[in-house]
Each structure stands twice: as C-alpha cells, then as structure tokens.
Design a protein around this ligand. Structure first.
Ligand code: PRX
Length: 648
C-alpha cells in the first residue's frame, strides 16, 4: 500500500466571468489548448518565440541542450543581462515615466521609482559595486529589509555579472555565516536595520556577528534605512550613500551568457546543510517573464502587489524579475501585515488601487482569524485578480479569500511551484481555467507534469501518488552550488529521468492537479496512507477552527495514529465538547480511519519564517520526544515551548 489515499471531494467550480475573460490576455480555451500543445510537442518553437520577446545582446544558437541531463542548457550561446531586460528596455522606451516600484515603509514613509529612476539607481549601485572591486563571476550576499534598495542591489549584481545570494532578513547570523562560506561570497550588502512590527531589526549587527572570525569578505556595503547605531570595521564596511555620491550613473550592463549564474538561493531542506539552488540567466528570465504575463494576466495599467519578502524565491521571481521584465508597476512593502493594525494590507490595497494581489495561505488564515471587519472597512474594488502560493490552500480559506477580499468577482490563481522550479508550474490561467477551491489546477505552458506510483508509472484518475515533471523547463534549477552529485541524488534519483521534489498529488477527472502536500508528511494509519493536508482541510472547514496541523505519532496497533493541533477563532471555546465535535466532523467528512486519536488546542503553530507549518517538530511533540533536528528556521521559539508545556 504505497499510494496516497484521498478523501475530500470538492464540487464547487468557478469559471472566469465573461467580463474577466473578454479583457484577459488569454481568454479563448481553444487558443490556450493550441499553445499548450505546442509548448509540449514543439518546445523549441514555443520557447524560441517567447524568448524572442526579450532583448538579447546576442541571439541564441539552440533553444535547448539536454544532452547533459539533468543539467539543462537553454538558449545556448545567447547573451543578455537581467538588469537590461528588467530595466533598460523600459527606461529607454515608452515606459520611462511609468512607475516601476511603489514602496511603503512600515512607519508609513513612501517612495516611488519610475523605470527611468530605477535605471539611474541600478546603474549607480552597480558602479558602487565595481568601485569596491565586485566583478563578473563573484558571489554577493544580500541581507536586506524590504526597501527598494533590495531590488536595486539584486539588479545591480546582475548588471555587473555577480551572482546574488539573498538571505531572508529574519534569519540569524549563523545562517548568514553558513551561506557566505558555502557560496564563497566576497561582499555583503546589508542595511543598518529595517522596521518590523514597530521594532528595528538589527541587520548590520547580525552581519557583523556572522563574519566574525571568518575570512574572504572584503566589503560590507551598508544602506542607511533606520539610522540606528551600528558597529563598524574600518576598511571593510562602507556606507552606500557615501560611495553613491562619488560614482557615475552610467553603467553598461555586462553581456552574460544565457547559462551564467544569475543567483543562488539557499533552501533549508528538512534536514542537513542548506542547499544552494542555482538559477541561470536566460531560461530563468524567460520562465518568470511568461508566467508573470499569463498567470497574473499583467496589463499595462495594473498595480501588482506580491506580499512575499525578496528573501524567498517568490520575491525573486514575482517581485523583481518576472514583473519588471514585463514592465509592470510593482508594490513593495517593508513591514508586518498587522502593523499598525490588522488592516494594513487592505488599507494599502485601497490607497494604491492595487489590481493584482498575490499572497500566502498562511497570511490568509491569519486574516480570517483577525476578523472580517478589518477587510470590510476598506474599498477593495480595484482588485481584479488574486493569487496564492506556498502551500495548499484549504478550501475554506480559499472561499473566504474569494468572498471577502475578491468580492466574489476576482479569479484566484493557486500557484504551485518551488525554489527549484524558479517559476510557477501549476496554476489556473485566469481567463480560461475554471477554478476549484484548494486546487492548483493545470500545468503551465511547457510543463509536462504527471502523478506516478513508486515505480514511475502514471496513475489514473483520482489516484494519489508522486508529483513529477517529465521534461526540462526553462526556469528549472541548474544544480546545487558546489555539489552536482547532491543535485542528481535529491531530484533525479527516485524515478529514472523524472524530476521529483517531494510533493504528493492526485489528478481529478478534469485532469486538474490537487497537491496533497509533502510525501514525508503522509501518515500511515492501519495501512492507509493519508494526506495530512486533507485532514487539516477538513478540520479547518469547521467554523470554530482557523488553522490545523496534523501529524502521525507511533501507535502499536495502527502503526501510526493521528495527532491534530488546532488553533481556534476568537469566539470558539476550547474544551472537550468541541474536541468531540471536531473528531466527529473529520470522521464524517473523511471517514473513521482519519479520526484524530488525539486533538490538542494550541494558541499558535510552529512555522518556518516563510509561513510553512513545521510538522517535523509537531511529530516530536506528539511522540513525546525531544526535538533533535534543526530548528533554526523556526519563526517563533516560544510556540514550541508553549506546545510542550501542554504536555506536562
Ligand atoms: O510543498 C510545496 C509547497 O511549497 C514547496 C516549495 O517551497 P519553496 O521552495 O519554499 O517555494 C515556495 C514558493 C514557491 C512545494 O514543494 N507549495 C508551494 N506552492 C504550493 C505548495 N503546495 C500546494 N499548493 C501550492 N500552491
């Protein structure tokens, strides 16, 4: 019994409205079908045409070279520069005075940069990097708050041909140190601090601690944001604003090979040392450009806001490279979603007349918990399209998002992808795909996805198994920094010739993909392999529950038994009565075998800094053992302590 069972059924369907369809970039199902077929049957022609929409410095000779599989080479022989694609082409054309970045700091300060201004700032920043000896082929680590300089610094690195490695500003000095050393970074770009929930994040201080006693970093470039006191190492540390005054604002972009590394981005994986996911220039830009254009249906007058941090792949692909390659107007926000109040996002949507809004299910569940009144108070009529990313969204949260935020009028694109895939892989195309709550629906152009059993055979309708990709795609990772063997081993060894990165899924009768979560999270109760995500969704569909995490704990009789951790809405009374009701609810929705053997109420769940529930830690708590694994990615350590206290 190795397949993953599935038990939740969802009958609701939401086709695009006629109004949305008629105005969208792609609203004709036949046209979509034709393009998708071409992208799979004749990828050279499809991707060659798309790539031709970007400004290349030298044309490619071959669209794809897969002879060295699993390391792909796309647009072989072509040359381009990512900053020229994202900035110069617009700054020199009709978009020069169009807003590129609309930024708000947490305290409420605002800045807007047109494409022409962004061009000046990127060139200036690139010249500062050059003045400090940063050049083509170097690695530069960024540890920045969400200020325009974060995006500017990424683009400046790209301009001079250095690979950036952005470390999320919530990580500790140890994470910075590991990544500096693994990547062999020679320069660090940071800031004195950043604002988060009214407090200063002492970023420079963390960098100092990270670099203490290690060699190799010749420059720490510090952007002034907060004005707090910072430590200073003479010779190594320099204020950005001081050097910026001394350099010119002309800077020719380096001609980069399509396969030159654009950036590294480390993901922690569940165990062991972080992996430096390696993305290159041409294919990554083509992939993020096209997905931004079609999934977010970007149009000239859109005001697009992705609430991710640039420290994650979502920020790289859908704040910086994808939208800017399209010449879009991008909103960027520095701080917390509930500062100064739980309606901060909605007041910003109203103020900036945001049209396309992209966020994470964990944020959506937090908004539900904080109460509808914070959403209802604001005029959200500018919104026309909503998106989610990061984990499966429970149908209840999806419905809430659609009703309360989208006013029942905006399509929702549930986008499945990974740091490794670089760009969106499964998603509705909002003008043609009928959506279903909680479903990432169909593969994007060029994505040959399938659900297979443990022998790699494709499964039938509604059979749960492993989600794989059978053909290379332009924005795929090219390897792990410094460890080609681990790349093959991690992604390509489970199934011969297939890319597999850990998720389970099923395909329904319409061919839609339902992501069932990480296969490591699957629970085996009496030989039934259950998706934790489904049991969680069932719990969340009860009106009292806001969030749920479900794990297996060892059980002599059934192999594993289900422990559920549940957080409740503001008015729901925790207690035995509700506990009984919830267990009954799951039993009714899914079946007796999915009934939690134990159900615990919790004030909060342990999450990674990107908002994913850390079930690994909950498994230890459920089993009553000490946590041995890595907890450095945990967002809030007090959560674990309070869950354990419950144990006593
Ligand atoms: O398990 C899937 C989940 O997030 C994983 C990738 O995480 P990361 O590399 O941090 O990238 C997150 C942003 C792209 C996937 O393996 N995941 C992401 N999006 C979805 C999802 N699971 C279900 N539905 C999604 N839409």
């Amino acid at each position: 019994m190795t397949r993953i069972e599935h038990h939740l059924s969802e009958e609701r369907r939401f086709p695009p409205s006629e109004e949305f369809r008629a105005a969208s970039r792609l609203g004709d199902p036949a046209e979509y079908e034709r393009l998708y077929r071409e992208s799979i049957d004749d990828p050279d022609s499809f991707w060659g045409r798309v790539a031709g929409e970007l400004p290349w410095m030298k044309p490619w000779e071959r669209v794809l070279d897969w002879s060295d599989a699993p390391v792909a080479r796309w647009f072989v022989g072509g040359q381009l520069n990512a900053s020229a694609v994202c900035v110069d082409q617009h700054a020199r054309g009709e978009r020069a005075q169009k807003r590129a970045i609309v930024w708000e700091g947490e305290p409420g300060d605002k800045r807007t940069l047109t494409y022409a201004e962004l061009h000046t700032e990127v060139c200036r920043f690139a010249n500062v990097l050059k003045a400090r000896g940063v050049s083509r082929g170097d690695r530069v680590l960024l540890y920045m708050p969400m200020i325009p300089e974060a995006a500017i610094a990424m683009l400046a690195c790209a301009r001079v041909g250095a690979a950036h490695s952005v470390v999320f500003g919530g990580f500790s000095s140890q994470a910075i140190r590991d990544r500096v050393q693994d990547a062999g970074a020679t320069a660090v770009i940071t800031s004195d601090g950043g604002w988060r929930r009214g407090k200063v994040l002492e970023l420079k201080h963390e960098v100092d601690a990270a670099l203490d006693g290690i060699e190799g970093v010749h420059t720490v470039l510090v952007v002034k944001r907060v004005g707090n006191d910072v430590g200073w190492t003479e010779g190594r540390d320099v204020w950005y604003h001081e050097l910026a005054e001394q350099v010119s604002t002309d800077c020719e972009p380096e001609a980069m090979d399509s396969e030159d590394v654009l950036f590294l981005l480390y993901t922690s994986g569940s165990t062991g040392k972080p992996k430096g996911i390696q993305h290159t220039t041409g294919g990554y830009l083509v992939g993020t450009y096209l997905t931004s254009r079609y999934v977010f249906d970007l149009r000239e007058d859109d005001v697009y806001w992705c609430t991710a941090d640039v420290g994650w792949i979502t920020g790289h692909s859908y704040i910086v490279y994808g939208p800017l390659a399209n010449g879009a107007t991008v909103v960027m926000y520095e701080g917390a979603p509930n500062h100064p109040g739980p309606d901060r996002f909605w007041s910003m949507v109203a103020d900036h007349r945001v049209t396309v809004f992209y966020t994470a299910p964990t944020a959506i569940r937090a908004f539900m918990r904080w109460g509808d009144e914070h959403v209802e108070r604001h005029d959200l009529s500018s919104l026309r399209l909503l998106g989610t990313v990061g984990e499966s969204i429970n149908p209840e949260a999806w419905m809430w998002y659609r009703r309360k935020v989208g006013g029942d009028r905006c399509p929702i694109v549930d986008t499945w992808w990974q740091t490794e895939t670089g760009a969106i892989m499964l998603s509705p195309l909002p003008g043609v795909t009928a959506t279903k709550p909680g479903c990432a629906t169909v593969p994007f152009f060029g994505v040959d996805a399938a659900v297979v059993d443990e022998t790699g055979q494709e499964l039938g309708v509604d059979e749960g198994g492993y989600l794989v990709v059978r053909k290379p795609w332009p924005s795929m990772l090219r390897g792990l920094w410094g460890d080609p063997e681990r790349y093959r081993e991690t992604y390509w060894s489970r199934f011969d010739g297939l890319y597999f990165a850990g998720d389970g899924a099923r395909r329904d009768a319409d061919g839609y993909f339902w992501v069932l979560g990480r296969v490591d999270d699957v629970i085996n109760v009496s030989g039934h392999r259950l998706s934790t995500m489904e049991v969680e969704s069932s719990l969340v569909s009860h009106p009292a529950v806001v969030e749920a995490a479900v794990v297996g704990r060892p059980d002599e009789l059934t192999g594993q038994a289900i422990t559920a951790f549940v957080t409740l809405g503001p008015d729901a009374p925790a207690g035995d009565e509700l506990r009984k009701q919830l267990v009954e609810h799951v039993s009714k929705e899914i079946g007796k075998l999915a009934r939690p053997a134990e159900l615990r109420f919790a004030n909060a769940l342990p999450k990674t800094r990107s908002g994913k529930i850390m079930r690994r830690l909950l498994r230890d708590i459920a089993a009553g053992v000490e946590t041995a694994g890595d907890t450095t990615t945990l967002e809030d350590f007090t959560v674990l302590a309070s869950l354990r206290k419950y144990d006593d």
